[in-house]
Design a binder for this molecule. Structure first.
Ligand SMILES: Cc1ncc(C[n+]2csc(CCOP(=O)(O)OP(=O)(O)O)c2C)c(N)n1
Ligand SMILES: [Mg+2]
Length: 284
């Protein structure tokens, strides 16, 4: 799978993902709140979607035949906002208004405020149901649109997730792709300690999904899995992406501590330096 993806493309996506990670740190620091851990874990997935996979056009956000992305784990909004600004949906300076009163960039994505946002989410377990509805609608309208939903692993503990997933399997929605950000942690600790979701791949298969397990930080594997999904007839695809919560910032990695906590000035500076920002600029 990985061999089909050019090194040049991977390098370009890696550079974009690094920019997005820097912006996640800048935004959550400026806001003094937010969710860096789960934003950093899904950054590579979002980058692959927004900069390669999705058929979208920032100049025509209402284009009926566009692909749809539903961020079911709506609290990871900073990663999506940073990607959309870089892709040209709105000015990058606006990123620093995250979570401010009156800003279009609310703590959880709001479809009434920003172009590209297809569903207002944040109440876990709801986005996947809307994505299933969008995929059914595209089929009924005979539109080529594909629908991608990003779910959290803690989110899978929310019951409505499974009702929606069941419908996707029942209706054989081959235009639906579920990407599970399997970072192992939720708000207060590890998913397996709080309410285990394993064996998650078997569960998704039992719900009639084509399943693909990947390293969610390896662009070759991410793009390969998305291509597999596109080539799969008669069933939705679930991509179980093994990720690292807080990926890219050493002291945020593999812990729940940075789930919903912003970095201090010193922590943001350290994080930005780790993400390759020159020390003088990181200190500003
Ligand atoms: C229905 C609902 N219950 C509780 C919350 C509060 N909440 C926000 S994020 C979160 C944990 C989510 O964990 P996970 O899906 O693993 O997110 P990630 O690790 O990807 O950040 C919880 C419980 C919520 N947003 N919605
Ligand atoms: Mg998680």
């Amino acid at each position: 799978m990985a061999s089909e993806v050019s090194g040049e493309l991977v390098e370009s996506l890696q550079a974009t993902a690094r920019e997005i990670r820097r912006d996640i740190i800048r935004m959550t620091y400026a806001a003094g709140s937010g969710h860096p851990g789960g934003s950093l874990s899904m950054t590579d997935l979002v980058t692959a979607l927004v900069f390669h996979e999705l058929k979208i056009d920032p100049t025509r956000p209402d284009w009926p035949e566009r692909d749809r992305l539903v961020l079911s784990k709506g609290h990871a909004a900073p990663a999506l906002y940073a990607a959309l600004a870089l892709r040209g949906y709105f000015p990058r300076e606006e990123l620093l208004t995250l979570r401010k009163l009156g800003s279009r960039l609310q703590g959880h994505v709001d479809r009434n405020k920003l172009p590209f946002i297809e569903a207002s989410t944040g109440c876990l377990g709801q986005g996947i149901g809307m994505a299933v509805g969008m995929a059914l609608e595209a089929r009924l309208d005979r539109r080529p649109s594909r629908v991608y939903a990003i779910l959290g692993d803690g989110e899978c503990q929310a019951g409505p997730t499974w009702e929606a997933l069941m419908a996707g399997g029942h209706y054989r929605l081959e235009n639906l792709v579920v990407l599970l950000d399997r970072n192992g942690f939720e708000t207060d600790g590890s998913t397996e300690a709080i309410m285990g979701i394993e064996p998650i791949v078997d569960k998704l298969r039992a719900f009639r999904y084509r399943t693909v397990e990947i390293d969610g930080h390896d662009f070759g594997q991410i793009l390969g899995a998305l291509a597999t999904a596109r080539a799969t007839p008669d069933a939705p695809t679930a991509i179980v992406a093994r990720t690292v919560k807080g990926k890219g910032v050493s002291f945020m990695e593999n812990t729940h501590v940075w789930h919903g906590k912003a970095p201090s000035k010193a922590e943001a500076e350290r994080a930005l330096i780790e993400l390759g920002v020159p020390a003088a600029e990181a200190a500003r």
